[in-house]
Design a protein around this ligand. Structure first.
Ligand SMILES: C[S@@+](CC[C@H](N)C(=O)[O-])C[C@H]1O[C@@H](n2cnc3c(N)ncnc32)[C@H](O)[C@@H]1O
Length: 343
């Protein structure tokens, strides 16, 4: 078949268009393949779509079209055997979304029905500059109240936060020496993986995992537990346990400047003399934002009326809450800002 110049032009236009306008369909498709465990089925060897259809219990023609879709996307999830059309095999990407894959819970969380419904009214938020998504869609006051109504979503969220922490753990533990502190509180520590790992590495440190009751009431066998770690439930707008060091990992990006100030002021009342606050967050570099950083920024806007921040924005925020930035670490993932209280 001869491809003329006009066809090349048209193909280019279609590629540009596809890049910008098909995200909603892809996200829904991804939700579907996660729900039916497609990645697990292909993990132990290449298979014809009829075999996959049987294993996931869906219509053969639909199954073929789903497999073909994800084999044709950029950074494709599967590969279709060109000598044997209809047969598909795994890639390193699809392996990450299997039962034991490190991205499974995160993939499920981001494409979950709850997330999709919350995102639907994003244009309204952009028009008005304020999101009412949790109120409009789920009739609750804030995103966090969804956990009270929907246990499955709460458990998935906690699971995904744990898997995310697992990815970040080495970078955090290798970079910082926590051994000099007597008591460390992980504020909004959720699953408790980070504080348990710190205490395991530093046997003289006492750890406190602090979070809302609705999160800490998960069955204790599902959470990490070192005997030097205590689980304390509470509200960080009201009070936090006294300590020499506080960790806030992926907390402040969930809140407006005013609310961040209130959280920091609660810490300020309880931090011991000479204490430090470790803020693990993204520090946006306006000259080189990543696709994930700007995605998270808009997700924060839509779900929590909050945002990702640049270094100047962080500094301004901490300064107004009575903290000084001692050091900034952009070599860790997430980045880290170490704070001390202004005397
Ligand atoms: C994005 S998650 C981060 C979890 C954990 N720090 C991590 O990095 O995996 C935010 C956490 O803040 C907790 N949280 C939200 N509001 C809170 C409040 N008012 N008091 C205490 N914890 C709260 C949530 O329950 C959730 O576990």
């Amino acid at each position: 078949m001869q491809v003329n110049e006009t066809s090349i032009e048209i193909n280019k236009s279609i590629e540009v268009m596809t890049n910008f306008v098909t995200g909603h369909l892809q996200s829904r498709m991804f939700y579907f393949i996660m729900k039916h465990g497609f990645c697990d089925i292909l993990e132990d060897g290449a298979k014809h779509y009829t075999e996959v259809a049987k294993a996931v219990n869906i219509n053969e023609n639909v199954c073929y079209r789903v497999l073909r879709y994800f084999s044709a996307t950029p950074n494709n999830l599967w590969v279709e055997d060109k000598e044997n059309i209809g047969t598909f095999r795994k890639t390193t990407s699809s392996s990450m979304f299997t039962k034991s894959g490190k991205l499974k819970s995160i993939g499920e969380l981001q494409t979950h029905d709850v997330m999709y419904k919350l995102i639907e009214c994003l244009p309204d938020t952009l028009e008005s500059g304020k999101s009412n998504a949790p109120q409009t869609v789920f009739n609750v006051d804030t995103f966090w109240d969804i956990f009270k109504e929907n246990k499955e979503y709460k458990n998935l969220f906690t699971h995904a936060m744990r898997d995310c922490t697992d990815l970040e753990l080495k970078s955090v533990l290798n970079r910082f020496d926590f051994s000099k502190f007597k008591t460390i509180v992980d504020i909004g520590g959720s699953h408790g993986l980070l504080i348990n790992s710190i205490v395991e590495k530093n046997s003289k440190v006492k750890g406190i995992n602090f979070d809302m009751g609705v999160i800490l009431d998960t069955p204790s066998e599902q959470r990490s537990h070192n005997q030097n770690v205590e689980y304390v439930s509470g509200n960080f707008f009201e009070s936090v346990p006294e300590a020499d060091a506080y960790i806030l990992k992926h907390i402040l990006h969930n809140w407006s400047d005013e609310d961040c100030s209130r959280i920091l002021k609660t810490i300020s009342k309880n931090i011991r003399k000479g204490g430090q606050v470790f803020v693990f967050e993204t520090v946006i570099n306006p000259k080189s934002c990543t696709r994930f950083e700007v995605f998270m920024d808009l997700l924060m806007m839509q779900t929590l009326n909050s945002k990702e921040r640049t270094l100047n924005e962080w500094k301004h925020l901490f300064d107004s809450a009575g903290f000084r930035v001692e050091s900034v670490h952009d070599d860790t993932r997430p980045h880290c800002l170490v704070l001390t209280k202004k005397e």
